[in-house]
Design a protein around this ligand. Structure first.
Ligand SMILES: Nc1ncnc2c1ncn2[C@@H]1O[C@H](COP(=O)(O)OP(=O)(O)OP(=O)(O)O)[C@@H](O)[C@H]1O
Length: 245
């Protein structure tokens, strides 16, 4: 059984079908890439899977075989699904350590404070935010460090599945390289990853499976090299078909 199963999920805004009958499965331990042109429904898909801020109009989402559509975002997170956002989100007025504590303590009311602190510190060190900077305000960090903090906070929640929404956006080339290594090591911790990204090289170097959306629908899915060579994918990205050989 796949760890995450999305079955015929749809979400409309008025007459706009942002996500239109999307189905896919993610196996435990894999990195599953999601690509697609602007406005193709990628972020909306993450929203409906996580219930933040809304679930699907129809369709089913199963985590470890348990249906989660219709549950609140909090409940879904407690069941083991965490996400990061396209834009860096953190509590800017709180310190780096306080932000990570929010993740480590989330949905675990019985956990001893010392253990919560240990989890938070470990997640921060893991993403490269060393204890020297634990007391800095999140709002003072660079874009890259803010992305690392968002990742650390999500990792501290100990999710089974982590959805990453454009982790490479606004990063420099060297930062993108660091980020690729970090995501790979996150998967090696046993966290299954679904990754939205515009930077195709980023997706190609990380994903075992790739799905391309266009206008809310699945355009192509499968082995990444085959998917990006698909004429429909080339056309959706470049707006033109390759000339016939
Ligand atoms: N809350 C909303 N209300 C109305 N329309 C929305 C809302 N959220 C998304 N949309 C629309 O749904 C469509 C899909 O948007 P979405 O953000 O999911 O695409 P995307 O593939 O993530 O795009 P990008 O790559 O630019 O982030 C777009 O046409 C967008 O304008």
């Amino acid at each position: 059984m796949a760890l995450l199963e999305v079955e015929d999920v749809s979400k409309a805004f008025g007459s706009l079908k942002a996500v239109d009958g999307v189905s896919f499965k993610v196996e435990a331990g894999e990195i599953f890439g999601v690509a697609g042109p602007n406005g193709s429904g990628k972020s909306t898909l993450f929203n409906v899977i996580t219930g933040i801020p809304f679930g699907p109009d129809r369709g089913r989402v199963k985590l470890g075989g348990v249906e989660i559509q219709g549950k609140s975002g909090n409940e879904i997170a407690r069941l083991g699904l965490a996400r990061t956002f396209q834009r860096e989100t953190s509590f800017d007025g709180l310190t780096v350590f306080e932000n990570a504590l929010m993740g480590a303590g989330y949905g675990k009311p019985g956990r001893a404070e010392s253990e919560v602190r240990e989890r938070a510190a470990e997640a921060l060190e893991f993403v490269g935010l060393t204890s020297v900077g634990f007391g800095r305000l999140a709002g003072e960090l660079s874009v890259f460090d803010r992305k690392c903090l968002m990742l650390a906070t999500a990792i501290a929640m100990e999710p089974r599945v982590l959805l990453l929404d454009e982790p490479a956006s606004s990063l420099t080339k060297p930062e993108i390289e660091t980020s690729i290594g970090l995501i790979r090591r996150t998967a090696e911790r046993g966290i299954t990853i679904v990754l939205i990204e515009h930077v195709l090289t980023f997706l190609m170097s990380l994903s075992q499976h790739l799905m391309v959306l266009n206008q809310g629908r699945v355009l192509a899915a499968g082995e990444p090299k085959t998917v990006i060579a698909d004429e429909r994918v080339v056309e959706a990205y470049l707006g033109t078909r390759r000339p016939a050989a």
